[in-house]
Design a protein around this ligand. Sequence first.
Ligand code: NOJ
Length: 726
Amino acid sequence: MTEIYKIQSYSYEDRAQDLLNRMTIEEKVGQMCQVDGRKEPELWIKDKNVGSFLHIVGEEAIRLQKISSEETRLGIPLIFGIDAIHGHAFYNDATVFPSQLGLSSSWNTDLLQEVAHITAKEVILTGLHWTFSPVLCLGRDMRWGRVDETFGEDPYLAGVLGAAMVKGYQGEKLSDPYSILSCPKHFAAYGETQGGRDSTESDVSPRKLKTVFLPPFKAAVDAGCATIMAGYNSIDGLPCSANKWLLTDILKNQFNFKGFVVTDWNNTGNLYSLQKIAPSLKKSCEIVINAGNDMIMTTPEFYDNAVELVKKGIISEKLIDQACLRILLMKFKLGLFDEKRYPDCSNSNSIIGCDQHKNASYKSALESIVLLKNEENVLPITNKIKKIAVVGPNADDVVAQLGDWSFGPRDFPERSTLEYNKYDTTSIVTILEGIKKRAGSEFEVVYEKGCDVIDESINNIDAALKISSDCDIIIAVVGDTIVLNGETRDRASLDLLGRQEELLKELKNTGKPLIVVLINGKPLTIPWVKDNAHAIIEAWNPGMEGGNAVASILFGDYNPCGKLSISFPRHVGQQPVYYNQYPGWHGGKYADLTSEPLFHFGYGISYTSYEYSNLKLASYELDTDDELLLTIDVKNTGTVKGTEIVQVYINDIYSCVTTPIKELKGFARVELNGGETKNVQIKIPISSLALIDSNLNSFVEPGEFEVMVGGSSKDEDLIKAVFKVL
Ligand code: NOJ
């Protein structure tokens, strides 16, 4: 019989089906397995026809790919996956970008697409084809350890930025030389577990899911994402990988997702060992197949169990076929059967971590940084300043600066043994290094760490005060660090730990201008800092060029324009403080604390200021299939050029179910010279104002809507108008 699967002129679908027809049950189940490539990889390829490896990279990946494509019965190539989350940051020499939370403060889809494209290039050049990114969970409880990996708290912003990253990773088509598979994750509501306790139960109704947590994934599916990862968490008692409604009915059938679903790390085993909804591993395997998972990440026992389940007729072979077909199709689309896509290593050194990519990292750090306070224009630093004190535990700390999913020494045993963890940190520019470099001989810079991020027994505050005593300005770099962020790193307190606040208070007592630079994975509860620092720069985990970017902002070479994609609580007990709250709170505040966040979603200032006026709607009565066209004048009232992020929020004034007091529905980035005014136009499809009613129906309810436009989600910053949907 003609080997159609080998003939390029046939469609990918025909080739995948032809190949599937030739496969044994064992071979099909093997394709569904993704295992750790460091454990008996040859055995997995030759005896089990494994479909995918993760967490190996470079020469070893190429060697294994050759074995799989050239030495197995059907020559099916492997897909190699990796967590290239903010750059290919597990790989020595790669470009490390700011964390996803940092990047989201840019509100810049072009930038996100470029970051993802560069990452894809670097990933493919090391022999891999798939990154487990972007994260589309929402960061709504700051105690959760993985807030740094999110695009913040808003479903619309997460969807738009996520779609941009999907496009950046996957390019025009998957077979393009620099395209890789994206993997939006963790499906779904994984960031919403109670108390921020990672991977436990997310107490959300189907209506809440559809309203808040699924829309970013729908945006990613519409952008053509090739894969999606199921979350660790449970929803209403069902772990995501056991949830047929979620994976099959919603994702595959309603969203029309054509790619494949991968479980998270040992989701299958967890059903038995942790979540206890299966009394045996075999039962776990049966459940995940029935639910609609296609690839099983790191549950090696899946192979034998699934083969047995099919052979005994407990599982229908049809389900295995469907899963396997989805995986094969992606392999064809990636071009792995035709071009093989072995990396051109002669080329890799000139591309991975090249100057152009580093420059993109610098640019993305500039746009990720949010200026939160600048009393009496203490910034930027002018040449009236002669001597600068840099203090604080995060001023010169590579690990805190890069954050999670980079080369740092996180104490996951499986990560710390990796070869590629031996990262050469000389290419990372710390905040101190960046300031020194920018200061040159024009300014004198002195440094003292002062204290530790966590350990209270480290107290060099006196030394910090001493070096600050004859300085003109103090830059204190504080925040959190790697052991306070990421999986298994949920927090009960969001305060600055160790002696950091004490250090800041002592520095404030010197009477000198105090600039606080925050290096942190998530919003912290820092009311004292807000009230007392003269300026605050939120730099998040700003990546390898973070020091240069922070210095450029401190010295006014760049006018900051980042806006918060996440609200800062004042106190941990005030959570959640996300801006899109539901109405109806009796009293509207706590008896002992305001309901106001410390810093609002969408907030961020710059070295100039903007004035909004003249909000007009092209029409004040619209049909459900119309687009709302609004215009507003935005004026740069200062002298410095800047970029303002204009935000549009909508409120459905009366509705059959309670709807949020405001929801972001559009935004635009506007560049304005000093004194310049632009008339900004923003379009919003009325269909995007649909609500989900109690019966899970989605529709736009006729009636009045309020539109609010401005530079943050704070009421005082918004100009309002009302329109009617007929
Ligand atoms: C577990 C994490 O939850 C997920 O985000 C990651 O992609 C996988 N491990 C693979 O490392």
